[in-house]
Design a protein around this ligand. Structure first.
Ligand SMILES: *Cc1c(COP(=O)(O)O)cnc(C)c1O
Length: 398
């Protein structure tokens, strides 16, 4: 088969992509149009929680596609009801609004918090967020993010997102005033290089927000749906947030997200929120199948075990090559490279048939499928070991 060099000119240039076209995926593996196979530890940015093209997702899509695609968001449908009930049963929340992406769930959280402020807090609308935080790419989500690179972009931003410092309660206290309605954070900052909020900080934040009558919003778009070894990361801090956003993993590879709220915080009135595809049965049917699988205690136990194995292997690699700490929980881990070689490691790993992510030039992030096997982890470590040896100049310590 002759392979033409593809032209990428019809696509908007929004990021530097390698000149590879992927055509097929299965589990931990991706194939490009030349038949080359890659071991994938990116998985669509922590999206494909059951790996590439799992049968469970294909079956749910096929079955639902033959039944009902979209009756209109103005009518109820069975998969949306089933998925909302399953999410409510397995979390501390009472109400669910489905979205088509994570950023849209964040928009919903911002709107719901502002509505709450209008109804209960004399028009308070400010939401305290954090340096290094990432909440998505809509204008309000970028405004809420604490990413330095976003600061000069698309001015004027949406106002009302003062930034505190993660794991620094005093920096939050200093920002609370009569315009404050909520505090929003990721339990582990993903894009910032896998920076966990400590359990003590999350508990203190819950106490502080409760004392001031503020909403606590957890953005679990990356940490939720089993990624950190429990269904949701907030469980590990034994706190009850008021709002939560999810995305990525809940769709197992298809576009699905949600905003969840406790009954007391769920204050939208008719006309406040909606969207053509929100809660469509096709995507919700996939969510039902994914959650049924991930929510099993034995599945989550296996995630924790795989996470511990990956962590110990990364620590071994770090010691061997004189690198830094391994951060994160479950199967959301980062290896601190302590030098800006992330880009070189990524490029070299890709040459060796391994796909990795570097959220910062000095850190590698690992977000494999949640059902990744020990053999796949060992294969990844073996390739990365060689790559690190090459990039660091072949001077790995014994
Ligand atoms: C990916 C992500 C988002 C944005 O989700 P999209 O589906 O890309 O809009 C928001 N918050 C966090 C923590 C994320 O990881």
């Amino acid at each position: 088969m002759t392979i033409q060099t593809p032209s990428f000119d019809a696509l908007m240039e929004i990021t530097a992509r390698p000149p590879i076209v992927f055509v097929r995926g299965e589990g931990a593996w991706l194939w490009d149009d030349s038949g080359r196979r890659y071991l994938d530890f990116v998985q669509g940015w922590a999206v494909n929680c059951l790996g590439h093209a799992p049968a469970l997702v294909a079956d749910a899509l096929a079955e639902q596609a033959g039944l009902l695609l979209t009756p209109s968001p103005a009518f109820y449908n069975a998969p949306a009801i089933a998925l909302a009930e399953a999410l409510v049963a397995q979390s501390c929340f009472d109400r669910v609004f489905f979205t088509n992406s994570g950023a849209e769930a964040i928009e919903g959280a911002i709107k719901l918090a502002r509505k709450y402020g209008a109804l209960h807090r004399g028009g308070a609308h400010e939401i305290i967020t954090f340096d290094g935080g990432f909440h998505g790419r809509t204008l309000a989500a970028m405004s809420a993010s604490g990413k330095k690179a976003f600061e000069p972009l698309f001015e004027p931003k949406v106002s009302g997102f003062p930034k505190a410092r993660l794991n620094d309660l005093e920096s939050v206290k200093a920002l609370i005033g009569n315009r404050t309605v909520a505090v929003m954070l990721e339990p582990i900052q993903g894009e910032a290089g896998v920076r966990p909020a400590t359990v003590e900080f999350l508990q203190a934040l819950r106490a502080l927000t409760s004392a001031h009558g503020l909403l606590l919003v957890v953005d679990e778009i990356q940490t939720g749906i089993g990624r950190t070894g429990t269904l949701f990361a907030y469980e590990q801090a034994v706190i009850t947030p008021d709002l939560m956003t999810i995305g990525k993993g809940i769709g197992g590879g298809v576009p699905l997200g949600a905003l969840l709220a406790t009954e007391a915080a769920s204050c939208f009135e008719h006309g406040d929120q909606g969207g053509t595809y929100n809660g469509n049965p096709l995507m919700c049917a996939v969510g039902v199948a994914v959650l049924r699988q991930i929510g099993r205690p034995a599945f989550l136990r296996a995630v924790r075990e795989a996470g511990e194995f990956l962590r110990s292997e990364l620590q071994r690699l770090s010691a061997r090559h004189g690198l830094g700490e391994v951060r994160g929980r479950g199967l959301l881990l980062a290896l601190d490279l302590q030098r800006p070689i992330g880009g070189a490691v990524l490029a070299q790993a890709r040459q060796g048939g391994l796909l990795l992510n570097a959220p910062r030039p000095d850190a590698l992030r690992f977000m494999p499928a949640l059902d990744v096997t020990r053999d796949e982890i060992a294969a990844m470590i073996s390739i990365l070991d060689g790559v690190l040896g090459d990039v660091l100049g072949g001077v790995a310590a014994p």
